[in-house]
Design a protein around this ligand. Structure first.
Ligand SMILES: Cc1cc2nc3c(=O)[nH]c(=O)nc-3n(C[C@H](O)[C@H](O)[C@H](O)COP(=O)(O)OP(=O)(O)OC[C@H]3O[C@@H](n4cnc5c(N)ncnc54)[C@H](O)[C@@H]3O)c2cc1C
Length: 481
């Protein structure tokens, strides 16, 4: 089979995009295949957005190593690629004297993992830091290196930068088979057959299915659903740190946190499910999470909830990340079982896998690699003078489309025209936040449809919320006359 690429990356979540971006430092032909209409349309779009300090994973595991390394890499990456990241610190609350040994164990695990600055605070010390903490807090583990990141901005920035550095993105294309030949692989999709020397399996909750196409070693992923409530920016400062409770066997438990964009987020739950595609929230889980979060902070401002959503963790039976070349399939690399702290670990996983693959292929570093990327100007956050200049240069920045988030037509058009640009309403929402505010796109949807239709040269009836089949309009203008 003809070699179309050196490396095919399967999956355009934060992991696939991080691997692709790191690989694009080398002189290699790389393509990334994503079955969604956009990158960041799987688990990477629905999580807590926390860059964990790294005290949770067992010392010596891939989770522990990649988390710590990823957290350390994040500030430089955020500067290079211009996405939001803040070290706001985190607190793990102990709500009864019985929990003190577990809190101490967490502290010791963190110290063994190399996490800097950990401290155990008394309940009063914790409340001085966070005045809205509940009176039931008896002690807390403080981690100053805990942070928050916008998961969409991170993933999209990685994708844009990878694309500028030569990675070909094939969205809306599903890998249906991977077969091994004499000197490489054939990746079959619903649209093409692609020959490649190496394959990277970064297919999230579907990584076990891709794995079984090539390898006989056991791998089984259980989707573990987490429901959330997102609260309005008016209560975004209710807590400053990310506030966890002591973790359980199923995960890190329910947190209360500010988001990178200044909302307040509560969640997630942890329920094992069978369906890997469908992620409805349930009344029972939302009730559980609000009751649980109410134990962390007093007077939880639930009247300010603007939406709920859920995401699926890719829990592999072994419990650790599986990262590296498959034992029985040379050239088949994997990042599987990437549940939390996968977002925090993405920069490290990308660098680790790309280095393995570049070495395997004997690839040289490119002299013309472009390490930086600039975000779309955020009109509402610019000083008045810069705002005026931007509007003079491009009058589209003077027309506000999303009133809740104050997003202009100029930002929306740029989101569409960028490399790996937006092709759907959700794509715009994740790039510039139009539709992300209090009205949840109630007012701006018709304008967004018009702009997408105009920029993509497609009739409005073809514009989707996200996947094909999620078109909002039906019939033609002529038909309505
Ligand atoms: C509730 C919850 C909370 C979390 N909170 C945090 C947190 O605060 N901090 C943290 O560090 N981590 C967190 N995580 C974990 C983090 O979100 C994940 O580790 C990370 O997003 C995984 O990225 P990924 O690229 O592996 O998967 P995904 O983002 O799911 O990407 C995989 C992609 O592969 C595509 N794909 C699948 N099959 C195919 C196919 N056959 N052909 C083509 N494409 C395919 C999918 O469409 C998908 O886009 C959380 C996860 C959940 C669910």
């Amino acid at each position: 089979m003809r070699k179309d690429c050196d490396v095919v990356v399967i999956g355009g979540g934060v992991i696939g995009c991080a691997v692709a971006r790191e690989l694009s430092r080398s002189a290699l032909r790389i393509c990334l295949i994503e079955k969604g209409e956009d990158v960041c349309s799987g688990t990477s779009k629905a999580n807590s957005g926390i860059v964990h300090a790294g005290f949770d994973a067992k010392p010596g595991t891939m989770k522990a190593k990649m988390n710590l390394l990823g957290s350390r890499m994040m500030p430089k990456l955020a500067k290079e690629l211009d996405f939001r990241f803040e070290r706001n610190g985190s607190l793990v609350l102990c709500l009864s004297e019985d929990g003190l040994p577990a809190l101490r164990e967490l502290y010791e695990r963190g110290a063994a993992n190399g996490v800097e600055g950990l401290a155990i605070l008394t309940g009063d010390e914790a409340r001085r830091k966070e005045p809205n903490l509940s009176d039931g807090v008896v002690a807390a583990l403080y981690a100053p290196t805990g942070g928050i990141v916008c998961p969409f901005e991170l993933t999209i920035a990685l994708a844009e930068n990878a694309c500028v550095n030569g990675v070909v993105f094939r969205r809306n294309e599903t890998v249906t088979d991977v077969s091994r030949g004499a000197d490489g692989y054939v990746v079959t999709t619903n649209r093409a057959r692609i020959g490649a020397t190496c394959v990277v399996n970064a297919a999230g909750v579907h990584a076990d299915e891709i794995h079984r196409m090539v390898s006989k070693t056991p791998m089984h992923i259980t989707p573990r659903k987490g429901d959330y409530c997102l609260l309005d920016k008016e209560v975004g400062g209710y807590v400053l740190c990310t506030v966890f409770q002591l973790p359980s066997a199923l995960g890190k438990g329910v947190l209360v946190t500010p988001t990178a964009h200044g909302n307040l987020l509560i969640g997630p739950t942890a329920t094992d499910v069978e369906d890997k595609e469908n992620t409805p929230t349930t009344a029972a889980e939302l009730a559980y999470l609000t009751q649980t979060a109410a134990r962390s902070v007093r007077d939880l401002p639930l009247r300010s909830v603007i939406t709920s959503f859920s995401g699926l963790r890719a829990h592999e039976d072994g419990g650790d990340f599986i990262i590296g070349e498959a034992e029985d399939a040379e050239g088949f690399f994997e990042a599987a079982g990437i549940e939390s702290p996968g977002l925090s670990s993405a920069p490290a996983i990308g660098a680790y896998l790309a280095a393995l693959i570049a070495k395997k292929l004997g690839a040289e570093e490119k002299a013309d690699f472009i390490p930086t990327r600039r975000a779309i100007p955020r009109l509402a956050e610019l000083p008045a003078e810069e705002r005026r200049t931007l509007m003079e240069e491009n009058p589209l920045y003077g027309s506000i489309v999303c009133r809740c988030e104050q997003i202009s037509e100029g930002e929306i058009v740029e989101a569409i025209r960028r490399p790996v640009g937006a092709v759907s309403l959700d794509g715009i929402k994740r790039r510039v936040r139009a539709g992300m505010g209090r009205c949840q796109a109630g007012f701006c949807t018709p304008r967004l449809l018009e702009i997408l239709s105009r920029e993509l040269h497609r009739p409005m009836e073809e514009i989707c919320k996200n996947v094909p089949g999620s078109e909002l309009l039906t019939g033609t203008m002529e038909g309505r006359k």
